[in-house]
Design a protein around this ligand. Structure first.
Ligand code: ARG
Length: 288
C-alpha cells in the first residue's frame, strides 16, 4: 500500500515538472507588425556638431554621390534583403584618444537597430555602418564605431567624443537645437507591434484606427519603446518633438527595441512602437 502511494506521488511530481516545462515554452507568443499603418512620417540623417561644417559638407557630398550613382539604394536594398556582405570590426578596443584621435572617424551609434546597425558576432554591420566606412574612406581616416545607448548619441557628438551620429536618427527641430543634421537619406515611420493573438487592434484598418484604439486604452495598457527615440516621444508625448502622446496609457522605455519586443512576446507589455524596418526585422528574429 505504502509502495503504491509513493509511486503515485512520484508520478504526480513528474507530471507537474513536465507540465511546468511545457507551459514555459508556451508563454512566449509570436508577434506581428502593422507595417501598412504608419503612425508618423520621419526622415533619417546623420548628426554632426554645429561647428563641424567640414564634416557635414563631406558627408553631404558622399550622400549626394551615393544618391546620384544609385549606390545608396543598392546598399539599403542589400541590407533589407540580407544579401549584404559588409561587416566591420574596430581595430582598437577603446575609442581613440590623444594624438591618435585625429586619425579616426569616430561614429556614434546604438547597434541594436537592424538593418541600419547591428552585430554579426563581434562585427558591426548595417546600412549606416556601410556608409560610415565609405565616409571614413573619403576622409582618409580609420573608422571607429562607438556603440552606446541611443540616448547618448547626440550628446557624444555635441561634446566631440564622437564626430558623427549614424544611428537611423530622425531629423527633428528639437534635436536641431543641439546638433546639425546632414541631408536626409531614408524615409521611415513608427509602427505598432502586438502579439499575434491580440484582439485590441484586430479590426484596425488605418493608422487613425490605431491611434484611436491607443487613445481608448487605460493605464493598465503598457506600450514598450526604446529610450530617447521618436517612438518614445510619440507614445509618451513630448512638446519639443510635437507629439501629444497617449497620457491615458503607460509607456515603458527600454534600452533596445529588441528587449521591448521580447517583453511583448512574454506578455510583459501589450504593444511596442518602434521604427518600421527595425520592427519587421526584430519581430522576425523574435518569432524564430
Ligand atoms: N528613428 C528613431 C529616432 O531617431 C529611432 C532611432 C533608433 N536608432 C538606434 N540606432 N537605436 O529617434
Amino acid at each position: 500500500m505504502k509502495k503504491t502511494l509513493s509511486i503515485i506521488l512520484c508520478l504526480a511530481m513528474l507530471l507537474t515538472t513536465v507540465a511546468v516545462f511545457a507551459s514555459c515554452g508556451d508563454t512566449k507568443s509570436k508577434v506581428k507588425v502593422f507595417t501598412e499603418y504608419e503612425l508618423t512620417a520621419e526622415k533619417y540623417a546623420f548628426a554632426v556638431a554645429k561647428e563641424n561644417t567640414a564634416l557635414k559638407d563631406a558627408a553631404n557630398e558622399l550622400l549626394a554621390e551615393l544618391k546620384a550613382n544609385g549606390e545608396l539604394e543598392k546598399i539599403i536594398n542589400s541590407f533589407f534583403d540580407g544579401s549584404a556582405t559588409f561587416a566591420y570590426e574596430n581595430p582598437i578596443a577603446n575609442p581613440p584618444t590623444g594624438d591618435a584621435r585625429d586619425d579616426y572617424l569616430v561614429v556614434a551609434t546604438n547597434a541594436y537597430f537592424p538593418p541600419f546597425e547591428y552585430y554579426e558576432g563581434v562585427k558591426l554591420t548595417g546600412v549606416d555602418m556601410k556608409i560610415a566606412s565609405l565616409l571614413a574612406e573619403k576622409l582618409d581616416k580609420t573608422l571607429y564605431i562607438y556603440d552606446m545607448e541611443f540616448d547618448s548619441v547626440i550628446t557624444s557628438v555635441k561634446e566631440g567624443m564622437a564626430d558623427i551620429g549614424m544611428a537611423g536618427m530622425t531629423v527633428n527641430e528639437e534635436r536641431l537645437k543641439t546638433i546639425d543634421f546632414t541631408t536626409e537619406y531614408y524615409e521611415s515611420a513608427q509602427v505598432l507591434i502586438v502579439r499575434e493573438d491580440d484582439t485590441v487592434f484586430a479590426d484596425c484598418k488605418s493608422a487613425d484606427d490605431i491611434t484611436a484604439k491607443l487613445s481608448a486604452q487605460a493605464k493598465t495598457f503598457t506600450v514598450g519603446t526604446q529610450n530617447g527615440t521618436t517612438g518614445y516621444m510619440f507614445t509618451a508625448g513630448d512638446e519639443g518633438f510635437g507629439y501629444d502622446g497617449f497620457k491615458n496609457l503607460t509607456t515603458k522605455g527600454y534600452t533596445t527595441g529588441a528587449l521591448a519586443v521580447l517583453d511583448l512576446a512574454n506578455g510583459v507589455v501589450d504593444a511596442v512602437i518602434i521604427d518600421k524596418q527595425p520592427a519587421i526585422m526584430i519581430a522576425e528574429s523574435t518569432n524564430k
